[in-house]
Design a protein around this ligand. Structure first.
Ligand SMILES: O=P(O)(O)OC[C@H]1O[C@H](OP(=O)(O)OP(=O)(O)O)[C@H](O)[C@@H]1O
Ligand code: HPA
Ligand SMILES: [Mg+2]
Length: 190
Protein backbone atom coordinates (compact mmCIF):
# COMPACT_ATOMS: atom_id res chain seq x y z
CA UNK A 1 0.00 0.00 0.00
CA UNK A 2 1.46 3.38 -0.95
CA UNK A 3 0.68 6.13 1.54
CA UNK A 4 -1.40 8.98 0.17
CA UNK A 5 0.07 12.26 1.42
CA UNK A 6 -2.00 14.45 -0.89
CA UNK A 7 -4.06 15.78 2.05
CA UNK A 8 -1.14 16.28 4.41
CA UNK A 9 1.25 19.08 5.25
CA UNK A 10 4.33 16.83 5.15
CA UNK A 11 6.04 14.67 2.56
CA UNK A 12 8.65 11.90 2.44
CA UNK A 13 11.17 14.75 2.86
CA UNK A 14 10.60 14.44 6.62
CA UNK A 15 12.46 11.12 6.64
CA UNK A 16 16.10 10.19 6.17
CA UNK A 17 15.03 6.75 4.94
CA UNK A 18 12.52 3.97 5.41
CA UNK A 19 13.96 1.27 7.71
CA UNK A 20 11.14 -1.27 7.54
CA UNK A 21 8.54 -1.34 4.77
CA UNK A 22 4.92 -2.33 5.27
CA UNK A 23 5.59 -5.44 3.19
CA UNK A 24 8.49 -6.47 5.46
CA UNK A 25 6.32 -5.90 8.53
CA UNK A 26 3.55 -8.10 7.15
CA UNK A 27 5.96 -10.91 6.25
CA UNK A 28 7.66 -10.83 9.66
CA UNK A 29 4.32 -10.82 11.50
CA UNK A 30 3.32 -13.91 9.47
CA UNK A 31 6.46 -15.67 10.78
CA UNK A 32 6.02 -14.54 14.38
CA UNK A 33 2.35 -15.57 14.37
CA UNK A 34 3.29 -19.11 13.30
CA UNK A 35 5.66 -19.34 16.30
CA UNK A 36 3.16 -17.85 18.73
CA UNK A 37 0.37 -20.15 17.55
CA UNK A 38 2.63 -23.17 18.10
CA UNK A 39 4.00 -22.00 21.46
CA UNK A 40 0.55 -21.24 22.89
CA UNK A 41 -1.38 -24.11 21.31
CA UNK A 42 -4.06 -25.26 23.74
CA UNK A 43 -3.36 -22.33 26.08
CA UNK A 44 -5.54 -19.38 26.98
CA UNK A 45 -3.54 -16.39 25.69
CA UNK A 46 -3.97 -12.76 26.68
CA UNK A 47 -2.24 -10.15 24.52
CA UNK A 48 -1.42 -6.97 26.43
CA UNK A 49 -0.92 -4.04 24.08
CA UNK A 50 1.02 -1.02 25.28
CA UNK A 51 -0.76 2.14 24.18
CA UNK A 52 -0.41 4.04 22.06
CA UNK A 53 2.59 2.87 20.06
CA UNK A 54 1.60 -0.81 19.88
CA UNK A 55 -1.81 -0.21 18.32
CA UNK A 56 -0.74 -1.10 14.78
CA UNK A 57 1.36 -4.14 15.63
CA UNK A 58 -1.33 -5.41 18.01
CA UNK A 59 -4.03 -5.11 15.36
CA UNK A 60 -1.95 -6.79 12.67
CA UNK A 61 -0.53 -9.54 14.92
CA UNK A 62 -3.86 -10.33 16.60
CA UNK A 63 -5.51 -10.84 13.21
CA UNK A 64 -3.00 -13.60 12.52
CA UNK A 65 -3.89 -15.47 15.74
CA UNK A 66 -6.89 -17.66 16.62
CA UNK A 67 -10.13 -15.86 17.54
CA UNK A 68 -10.18 -17.03 21.15
CA UNK A 69 -6.98 -15.07 21.88
CA UNK A 70 -7.90 -12.02 23.97
CA UNK A 71 -6.63 -8.44 23.98
CA UNK A 72 -6.26 -5.95 26.79
CA UNK A 73 -4.51 -2.59 26.89
CA UNK A 74 -2.29 -0.65 29.19
CA UNK A 75 -1.07 2.90 28.68
CA UNK A 76 2.28 3.88 30.11
CA UNK A 77 4.43 6.80 29.12
CA UNK A 78 8.08 7.62 29.50
CA UNK A 79 8.75 9.79 26.46
CA UNK A 80 6.20 12.59 26.61
CA UNK A 81 6.60 14.73 23.49
CA UNK A 82 10.40 14.39 23.26
CA UNK A 83 12.81 11.98 21.60
CA UNK A 84 14.52 10.79 24.81
CA UNK A 85 13.17 8.55 27.56
CA UNK A 86 12.55 10.39 30.81
CA UNK A 87 13.50 7.18 32.60
CA UNK A 88 10.32 7.43 34.67
CA UNK A 89 7.44 5.16 33.68
CA UNK A 90 3.91 6.24 34.58
CA UNK A 91 0.70 4.19 34.27
CA UNK A 92 -1.84 6.27 32.36
CA UNK A 93 -4.37 3.43 31.96
CA UNK A 94 -4.28 0.08 33.73
CA UNK A 95 -5.47 -3.31 32.46
CA UNK A 96 -9.09 -4.40 32.81
CA UNK A 97 -8.12 -8.09 33.08
CA UNK A 98 -7.09 -10.00 36.20
CA UNK A 99 -3.80 -11.72 35.29
CA UNK A 100 -3.98 -14.48 37.89
CA UNK A 101 -3.06 -17.77 36.20
CA UNK A 102 -3.05 -16.22 32.72
CA UNK A 103 -0.53 -16.63 29.90
CA UNK A 104 0.33 -13.03 29.03
CA UNK A 105 2.13 -11.80 25.92
CA UNK A 106 3.08 -8.12 26.05
CA UNK A 107 2.88 -6.59 22.57
CA UNK A 108 5.16 -3.60 22.04
CA UNK A 109 6.15 -1.47 19.08
CA UNK A 110 9.73 -0.80 20.15
CA UNK A 111 12.40 -1.61 22.69
CA UNK A 112 14.69 1.44 22.77
CA UNK A 113 16.41 1.86 26.15
CA UNK A 114 14.32 -1.05 27.46
CA UNK A 115 13.24 0.98 30.50
CA UNK A 116 9.52 0.76 29.69
CA UNK A 117 9.49 -2.97 29.09
CA UNK A 118 11.71 -3.81 32.01
CA UNK A 119 9.36 -1.91 34.30
CA UNK A 120 6.29 -3.44 32.68
CA UNK A 121 7.62 -7.00 32.98
CA UNK A 122 8.20 -6.51 36.69
CA UNK A 123 4.78 -4.96 37.14
CA UNK A 124 2.84 -7.67 35.26
CA UNK A 125 4.86 -10.57 36.73
CA UNK A 126 3.90 -9.39 40.20
CA UNK A 127 0.20 -9.89 39.37
CA UNK A 128 0.19 -13.70 39.53
CA UNK A 129 0.32 -14.53 35.81
CA UNK A 130 1.28 -18.10 34.82
CA UNK A 131 3.69 -16.67 32.21
CA UNK A 132 4.64 -13.23 30.90
CA UNK A 133 6.52 -12.96 27.59
CA UNK A 134 7.25 -10.17 25.13
CA UNK A 135 6.63 -9.64 21.42
CA UNK A 136 8.16 -6.43 20.08
CA UNK A 137 8.24 -5.31 16.47
CA UNK A 138 11.44 -3.26 16.76
CA UNK A 139 14.55 -3.25 18.93
CA UNK A 140 17.55 -0.90 18.99
CA UNK A 141 20.45 -3.13 20.13
CA UNK A 142 22.78 -0.14 20.47
CA UNK A 143 20.38 1.77 22.75
CA UNK A 144 19.36 -0.93 25.22
CA UNK A 145 20.38 -0.12 28.80
CA UNK A 146 18.74 -3.02 30.64
CA UNK A 147 18.82 -6.74 30.01
CA UNK A 148 15.43 -8.01 28.86
CA UNK A 149 14.45 -11.48 27.72
CA UNK A 150 12.38 -10.95 24.56
CA UNK A 151 10.80 -14.06 23.09
CA UNK A 152 9.50 -12.63 19.79
CA UNK A 153 11.29 -9.83 17.96
CA UNK A 154 10.51 -8.34 14.56
CA UNK A 155 13.54 -6.30 13.49
CA UNK A 156 16.75 -4.93 14.97
CA UNK A 157 17.16 -1.33 13.79
CA UNK A 158 19.81 1.40 14.06
CA UNK A 159 19.98 3.67 17.10
CA UNK A 160 18.09 6.57 15.52
CA UNK A 161 14.70 8.09 16.26
CA UNK A 162 12.07 6.37 14.12
CA UNK A 163 8.41 7.05 13.45
CA UNK A 164 5.51 5.31 11.77
CA UNK A 165 3.44 2.15 12.23
CA UNK A 166 2.32 3.38 15.67
CA UNK A 167 5.50 5.22 16.62
CA UNK A 168 5.20 8.96 17.04
CA UNK A 169 7.09 12.13 17.40
CA UNK A 170 4.91 14.61 19.34
CA UNK A 171 1.88 12.39 18.50
CA UNK A 172 2.50 12.72 14.76
CA UNK A 173 3.43 10.10 12.14
CA UNK A 174 1.76 7.15 13.95
CA UNK A 175 -0.44 6.49 10.92
CA UNK A 176 2.39 5.78 8.47
CA UNK A 177 2.25 2.16 7.23
CA UNK A 178 6.07 1.86 7.36
CA UNK A 179 8.85 2.71 9.86
CA UNK A 180 11.20 5.54 8.89
CA UNK A 181 14.04 7.53 10.44
CA UNK A 182 12.82 11.04 11.18
CA UNK A 183 15.19 13.77 10.02
CA UNK A 184 16.69 15.44 13.11
CA UNK A 185 15.86 18.82 11.52
CA UNK A 186 12.15 17.99 12.00
CA UNK A 187 12.44 17.70 15.79
CA UNK A 188 15.43 19.97 16.40
CA UNK A 189 14.50 22.77 18.75
CA UNK A 190 14.86 26.35 17.74
O1 LIG B 1 12.57 1.17 25.55
P1 LIG B 1 12.15 2.54 25.94
O2 LIG B 1 13.28 3.53 25.85
O3 LIG B 1 11.47 2.59 27.27
O4 LIG B 1 11.11 3.05 24.83
C1 LIG B 1 10.05 2.27 24.34
C2 LIG B 1 8.70 2.82 24.72
O5 LIG B 1 8.58 4.19 24.34
C3 LIG B 1 7.45 4.38 23.51
O6 LIG B 1 6.33 4.73 24.25
P2 LIG B 1 5.96 6.24 24.70
O7 LIG B 1 6.30 6.41 26.14
O8 LIG B 1 6.56 7.22 23.74
O9 LIG B 1 4.37 6.25 24.56
P3 LIG B 1 3.50 6.03 23.23
O10 LIG B 1 3.51 4.56 22.96
O11 LIG B 1 2.14 6.52 23.59
O12 LIG B 1 4.14 6.82 22.12
C4 LIG B 1 7.26 3.02 22.87
O13 LIG B 1 5.93 2.85 22.41
C5 LIG B 1 7.62 2.07 23.96
O14 LIG B 1 6.53 1.82 24.82
O1 HPA C 1 12.65 5.78 18.08
C1 HPA C 1 11.55 6.03 18.64
N1 HPA C 1 10.53 6.66 17.96
C2 HPA C 1 9.34 6.93 18.53
N2 HPA C 1 9.04 6.62 19.79
C3 HPA C 1 9.98 5.98 20.50
N3 HPA C 1 9.94 5.56 21.77
C4 HPA C 1 11.11 5.00 22.03
N4 HPA C 1 11.93 5.05 20.96
C5 HPA C 1 11.24 5.67 19.98
MG1 LIG D 1 5.85 7.91 21.97
Amino acid sequence: MSPDFSHAAFTMDDFTRVVVTDKQIGARLDELAVKIRADYAGKDLLLVGVLKGAVMVMADLARRLPPYVQMDWMAVSSYGSGTRSSGVVRILKDLDADLTGRHVLIVEDIIDTGVTLSWLLGNLRSRGAESVEVAALLRKPDAIQVDIDVKYIGFDIPNEFVVGYGLDWAEKYRTLPFVAILKPSVYAEG
